[in-house]
Every structure is written in structure tokens, then in C-alpha cells.
Design a protein around this ligand. Structure first.
Ligand code: G6P
Length: 467
């Protein structure tokens, strides 16, 4: 079934980002991918404005840019504390990234999360026409489908999770786990980035709730849910173009000039504990210690725009990284060389593309990641005649697609990171080209258009998609 048969697509996510904004380096990959999706569809993107209001009124701010309508609402301070900083980012995010040690469980967070989802449902419900198809994104909005059904919404509603789904016994730590999963049966289709996350979800539903699985159909009582693995890609064409833009060329030259003949290793991540930044610094430190002869031939550029600064675990990781980068630089730097350039700001995408192209190694080492689009952007930005090497965590969703070309490592092992850096530095050009081609084929073929078409086709009722 073709996507033009959709009467309209309503995308709902916590963050809403008009296409004109998609160049902000601080944006997550999800926002960039959805902006690309909305360029192709009629419809609307609804979510939180990012602003606060004294009293929630449900007033909607509509904007139109480049053929995409966005509709946003302001939330109260308490909503943001309990829903966004609370349940979404203090409870669900750490737990779903396997960090039960960091997850906090407060009934107030759970209550605020449900209240905000109900507020979103109240606000968006009148905007949904009978023929519209609704596509809800990510862990901020697990119960929104249920809230819409409770308000009489009979439309096809899909849900896509952009973060990992934790193993059953980890999820069992969440007091509201069963309720949360039951809510998900109010969707028609649920998508995950990998088979692994999909299997964990089905395992919970089957063992804890008594659901039954037949192919890609999960049934619980009256409810029938189509489940699929659908790995998100990047807008490869756009990113390749960005890597040839004047801004990218300038960034490339600036980086190469400032490298004075040394090889650059680059990492670009939101400042988040799930990204394995501390472990990455330790791995790089291990490399500096173990291979003194290589030491001054390289430097690490770590770009890490701060994220979710109101949450204590994010304040802690920020302080820890400042300490570590200072300590490593203090211990190893020379008058004409600093081992780590640690930068706490985001950059526009075209500038990043130039930086990626100038880097001999892309170091992407999350401890756990739903997908990781930086890995794909690094690949897309490379010079086909002289590409760099991607070092990638085996615990990133992207590893399932890029394993043929990347050097896969265990991000918890400083030794594996250190050895992979040396392997990448010594890798002959022929091998770099072969590995890069394998990855680039995937980045180009399984791009963001492929991703959204598979999902929207399934959402329109084509159950074969995703099998
Ligand atoms: C991840 C999540 C997104 C989120 C993004 C940025 O990619 O999957 O849902 O928007 O991080 O995080 P933030 O909290 O700033 O929206």
C-alpha cells in the first residue's frame, strides 16, 4: 500500500521541531529524522512546545514551515518536573537503558506522566479527523494511545520506540510495568529498532501478561497488536549533500589545519550516561598508556552538548567528564599537543559533516542505545577514496546493520577500545574502503525513507511489512 493513500499523518512526540530548525546540532537524531519524514507527508506534528505556562489551558500554537504544520502546547512547571524530568528521564530512560541503579521510582512521577499524557490526549483529540492515521513516538508517550481510545479515537494508531526495550526481569523493577505494557495493546502497530528490543517486549507480554504470539501478531484478550523491528536510518542524500556544502568544506579544512598532521578521533553525543563517555575516556586513556609511540600522532575531539541538565544524574556525568578530561589532559599533554579536546556545545549538521569527514576514526561507544544515528552520519560523511574507520559499540542498535564494516567493541572494556583505536590507525586504505562500502550500502538503502515507509505501510494494515 502506498503512503499517499493516507488521508493525513498525525505525528505526536514530546519534542516538536519544525523543518527549518533541523540544522541545530543540539537536536537528537529522532527530531532530525521526523523533520525529514514530514517533508514528504501532509499532516501535522503535535507535542510539547518546550515552554512553561502558569495554568495549562490546552491552547495550541499552530505554525507552518516548508509544508509542515506543527501544533504545540505549553506545560505547567509541575508537569515538566513530574512527566519530563521525572518519569520520562529519571525513571524510564535509565531503566530502559539497563541502568536500574540510576532509575528513581516515585508515584508522583508516574501520576504526573499519566496526567500529561491525558492532557495531550484532550488537546490533540479534536484535531484528529476520522481518516487520519496517528503515529506516536517514544517513551514520553507510552499511554497516549490508551488515553486517545478512552476519548473515542478509533483511528489506526501506531507507536514507535526509539530507545531499547529492557529484558523482562529488568522491566519487572518498574512498579507500573504491567500497566504500561497493557496500555500498549491499545495501539495497532508497535515498532522497535532491533529484533532484540522486539523480543524483550514480546517476552514480557507473553510471560507476565499471558499474551500469545503468532508471527508478528501479539494477542491479549480482545486486542491484537502488530509488532515489528524497523531500524531507523538517516536522510542519507541530505547528509551526503551536507558533507559537500561550503560550511562542511570549511569545517573540514579548519579541522585538518588544526590537526597539524595528526589523526583525529571524533565522538559526538548528547551528554548522557547511556553514551558511555566515561568508559570511552578510560579506553582512550588506556590507549595513551599502552601505546606511547602512537600517542602524539592522534587526538580525540569529543563534542558533547549538555542535555537534561535539571536531572541530577546528568549533572553528575557532566562533572565526572570535566574531571576526567582535565585529569587525562594534565597527565599526558605536552606544550604542543593536548590529547582530548572536550567541547560542550552542539554544531549545525553541515559543520558536523565536515568534522566527521576530517576524522580518521569515529568513536561511537554507547553502553546501550536504541539505534545511534551518529554512527550512520559518520559513515555518510566519509570520502569514498579515503574513508575513516567506525569503532562501534556492540550494544548500539546500529551494530546490527553496520557490523559488516565497523570494528565492534564492548564499551565496558577499556582494552577493547584501546586495541580498536590502534587497529583503526593501522588499517590499510583498501580495507578501510571495503569496510566503508559495506556500511555505506546499508546507510543508503535502509535510510529514513525506507524506515518510515515500512512503518506507515504496517500502520495502514499491511501485516506483511516487517516480516
Ligand atoms: C533521544 C530520545 C528522543 C529525545 C532525544 C533528545 O534521542 O529518543 O526522544 O528527543 O534523545 O532528548 P531531549 O530530552 O532533549 O528531548
Amino acid at each position: 500500500m502506498e503512503c499517499h493513500s493516507l488521508s493525513r499523518l498525525i505525528i505526536i512526540s514530546n519534542r516538536v521541531s519544525a523543518p527549518t530548525d533541523s540544522n541545530s546540532g543540539a537536536q537528537g537524531g529522532l527530531a532530525v529524522a521526523l523533520a525529514a519524514a514530514l517533508r514528504e507527508y501532509k499532516g501535522m506534528w503535535f507535542g510539547w512546545s518546550g515552554e512553561t505556562t502558569d495554568h495549562f489551558t490546552g491552547h495550541i500554537n499552530f505554525q507552518r514551515a516548508q509544508g509542515v504544520t506543527t501544533a504545540t502546547v505549553d506545560l505547567e512547571e509541575q508537569d515538566i518536573d513530574e512527566y519530563y524530568n521525572g518519569y520520562a528521564n529519571r525513571t524510564l530512560w535509565p531503566l530502559f537503558h539497563y541502568r536500574i541503579d540510576l532509575a528513581e521510582y516515585e508515584r508522583g512521577f508516574a501520576g504526573g506522566y499519566q496526567r500529561v499524557n491525558d492532557r495531550f490526549a484532550d488537546t490533540v483529540r479534536p484535531l484528529i479527523d476520522p481518516d487520519d492515521v496517528v503515529w506516536i513516538q517514544d517513551y514520553h508517550m507510552f499511554p497516549l494511545g490508551s488515553s486517545l481510545r478512552a476519548r473515542g479515537c478509533k483511528n489506526r494508531i501506531g507507536f514507535f520506540l526509539h530507545i531499547p526495550w529492557p529484558p523482562r526481569r529488568l522491566l519487572g523493577v518498574l512498579p507500573e510495568a504491567a500497566e504500561l505494557v497493557r496500555h500498549l495493546f491499545d495501539y495497532d502497530v508497535i515498532g522497535f529498532h532491533t529484533e532484540e528490543w522486539l523480543e524483550s517486549f514480546c517476552d514480557y507480554a507473553i510471560v507476565e501478561l499471558g499474551a500469545t504470539l503468532d508471527g508478528h501478531t501479539l494477542t491479549l484478550g480482545e486486542r491484537v497488536l502488530h509488532v515489528m523491528a524497523d531500524p531507523i536510518g538517516i536522510d542519507a542524500t541530505e547528509f551526503i549533500e551536507a558533507s559537500h556544502s561550503p560550511t562542511a568544506r570549511l569545517a573540514f579544512r579548519r579541522m585538518r589545519d588544526s590537526a597539524v598532521g595528526r589523526d583525529m578521533i571524533v565522538g559526538v553525543d548528547r551528554l548522557d550516561y547511556s553514551k558511555g563517555l566515561e568508559e570511552r575516556f578510560l579506553g582512550y586513556e588506556r590507549f595513551l598508556k599502552t601505546y606511547p609511540e602512537e600517542r602524539k600522532e592522534v587526538f580525540l575531539l569529543q563534542i558533547a552538548p549538555p542535555s537534561r541538565g535539571a536531572v541530577e544524574s546528568y549533572q553528575k556525568i557532566r562533572a565526572a567528564l570535566e574531571g576526567m578530561s582535565g585529569r587525562i589532559n594534565g597527565a599526558f599533554a605536552d606544550v604542543d599537543w593536548v590529547p582530548i579536546r572536550y567541547v560542550n556545545q552542539g554544531y549545525p549538521r553541515d559543520q558536523l559533516a565536515g568534522i566527521y569527514r576530517a576524522a580518521r576514526i569515529g568513536l561511537v561507544t554507547p553502553l546501550r542505545d536504541g539505534m545511534n544515528l551518529v554512527a550512520k552520519e559518520y559513515v555518510a560523511a566519509q570520502d569514498p577514496e579515503d574513508p575513516g574507520v567506525l569503532i562501534l559499540s556492540r550494544f548500539a542498535g546500529a551494530a546490527t546493520q553496520l557490523q559488516g564494516g565497523a570494528i565492534l567493541i564492548n564499551p565496558y572494556s577499556a582494552e577493547e577500545i584501546s586495541d580498536a583505536i590502534v587497529q583503526a590507525l593501522k588499517m590499510p586504505r583498501d580495507e578501510r574502503i571495503t569496510r566503508w562500502r559495506t556500511m555505506m550500502d546499508n546507510v543508503v538503502n535502509e535510510d529514513v525513507v525506507w524506515w518510515r515507509k515500512r512503518f506507515t505501510q504496517a500502520l495502514m494494515g499491511d501485516a506483511k511489512v516487517g516480516e
